[in-house]
Ligand binder design. Structure first.
Ligand SMILES: *Cc1c(COP(=O)(O)O)cnc(C)c1O
Length: 374
C-alpha cells in the first residue's frame, strides 16, 4: 500500500473522531455527516489552529448546512449539460470529465455536494462511454479531469485515463482540477510525477482558499509538480468568514506564487443547497480584485468569475472603476491610485462604430458628454 493511502485512511470521517480531535459534540454533526460526508486529512487537521478559523470552517460540518431547504442541488445545471454520465459539455471546445466522486477532504461549500463522497459513482463501462463521446466529438480540444478529485485515483488508473485521452488526436490539452496538493501532499509522489510527465501538455489547477494552507510540506508538493513541467494554476472560492478580505486574499495570492502556482480563478460562491451560508455580496469580490490590481504583481491577480446559475458558464466580473469613458476620440482611464489618463484612438479609425460597453461610474461620466473636450 502506498503511504498516501494509509495517510488518507487516517483522516477524520466519523463524528466520534471529530469529537476526539476537535472537541465537537458528535450529536451536533451526525445528521449533517449523514447527508453530506466529512473527511479531514491529517495535513488539514494539523493546520487548524482554533475553533471556527478559516480552515475549520471549510471542513468541519455545521448544522446550518441542513437549514438550506429551498436551494437547488445543482444550480449550475451540470446534469442538464451532460450528454453521457460524468461528462459536462457546456462550452464549444472543452469538457469536464468527473472521473471519481472521492475527495481528500469534503469542503462544506462544495458545488457538487449532491454527488461527492457517496458510494457507487462510477459504474462499469461509464468511463469508456465518455471516451467514446470524446472520440466522436472532434470539436473538443481540452478536457478537464475533475470529480471529486482525480488525484485520488490510483496511479495505474490515472495512467490508463491519460493514455486513452492522448490516443485521441484532437484532444490538445488535458487538465486536472485537484485539491490534493494542499490537503494530501504525500500523494504527489515521484512515481506519480513521472507518469504525468509522459503525457504533456498537462495543466493542473489546484484549489486553495487561505494562505495558511500553503505549509512548507504543501509547497514542496507543488514544487514536485512544477518540476515535472506541469503549469500550475489556482482556483479559489470566495467564502464568508474564510477569505472575504483583501488582506487575506493578497497573502494567499503571494503564497501561491511562492509555491510556483499562478492564481487563475476567484469564484463567487455558487447557490448550491447546503452552502449558502458561505455566500458573499458580489461587491466583496470586486473590491478584492481592486485591492490587488496595480497594488501588487499582476501575476497575483486572478479572474473573478461568477458561474452563472442556470448553466451560463463562468462570467468575468471586473471592478467598474477603470474605464470612465470610451468614444471615437479615446478612452478615459482611471488607474489604481485613482488618477485619470486619456488614451487616444488611432487617427485612421475615426469615425466608426463603437462596441457597446457597459461603462458606468459613480461620478456619472457615462457614454458621451462629460469629457468631450479630451
Ligand atoms: C470551468 C469549466 C470549464 C473550463 O473553463 P475554463 O474557463 O476554460 O477554465 C469547462 N467546462 C465546465 C463545465 C466548467 O465548469
Amino acid at each position: 500500500m502506498d503511504d498516501w493511502k494509509q495517510i488518507l485512511a487516517e483522516s477524520i470521517t466519523k463524528p466520534e473522531d471529530l469529537a476526539k480531535h476537535l472537541g465537537v459534540d458528535p450529536k451536533e454533526v451526525e445528521e449533517v455527516v449523514g447527508a453530506y460526508p466529512m473527511r479531514i486529512t491529517p495535513t488539514v487537521l494539523a493546520t487548524i489552529k482554533e475553533k471556527g478559523d478559516a480552515i475549520w470552517k471549510q471542513v468541519v460540518p455545521e448544522a446550518i448546512e441542513m437549514d438550506d431547504i429551498d436551494a437547488q442541488d445543482d444550480p449550475l445545471e451540470e446534469d442538464t449539460d451532460s450528454p453521457v454520465p460524468h461528462l459536462v459539455h457546456r462550452y464549444p471546445d472543452r469538457v469536464l470529465l468527473m472521473v471519481t466522486n472521492q475527495c481528500p477532504i469534503y469542503c462544506r461549500f462544495c458545488t457538487r455536494k449532491r454527488l461527492v463522497g457517496k458510494p457507487g459513482f462510477l459504474k462499469k463501462g461509464e468511463l469508456d462511454q465518455a471516451f467514446a463521446y470524446l472520440r466522436e466529438h472532434t470539436e473538443v480540444r481540452d478536457v478537464i479531469l475533475s470529480g471529486g478529485d482525480p488525484l485520488l485515483l490510483p496511479d495505474n488508473l490515472i495512467e490508463r485515463i491519460l493514455k486513452t485521452l492522448r490516443a485521441i488526436p484532437h484532444l490538445e490539452l488535458i487538465r486536472f482540477g485537484t485539491r490534493v496538493p494542499g490537503t494530501l501532499p504525500q500523494r504527489i509522489t515521484p512515481e506519480f510525477c513521472e507518469i504525468v510527465k509522459k503525457y504533456h501538455p498537462i495543466y493542473m489547477n489546484l484549489h486553495f482558499n487561505h494562505p495558511d494552507e500553503l505549509t512548507p510540506e504543501v509547497k514542496e508538493a507543488c514544487g514536485r509538480l512544477a518540476d515535472a513541467g506541469i503549469p500550475l494554476g489556482a482556483q479559489t472560492v470566495l467564502l464568508k468568514g474564510v477569505n472575504d478580505d483583501p488582506e487575506i486574499m493578497k497573502r494567499l495570492m503571494h503564497q501561491l506564487l511562492l509555491a510556483r502556482v499562478k492564481p487563475y480563478y476567484l469564484y463567487q460562491a455558487d447557490l448550491t443547497k447546503g452552502t449558502n451560508h458561505f455566500r458573499t455580496s458580489v461587491e466583496t469580490g470586486m473590491k478584492i480584485i481592486q485591492a490587488l490590481q496595480g497594488h501588487t504583481s499582476g501575476m497575483a491577480v486572478p479572474h473573478f468569475v461568477i458561474d452563472a446559475p442556470g448553466g451560463g458558464g463562468k462570467i468575468p466580473i471586473l471592478p467598474n472603476e477603470y474605464l470612465l469613458q470610451l468614444d471615437e476620440n479615446g478612452a478615459v482611464l482611471k488607474n489604481y491610485e485613482n488618477k485619470t489618463y486619456h488614451y487616444p484612438q488611432p487617427e485612421q479609425d475615426r469615425p466608426r462604430e463603437l462596441p457597446m460597453v457597459g461603462v458606468s461610474s459613480p461620478g456619472g461620466l457615462c457614454g458621451n458628454g462629460a469629457l468631450d473636450e479630451f
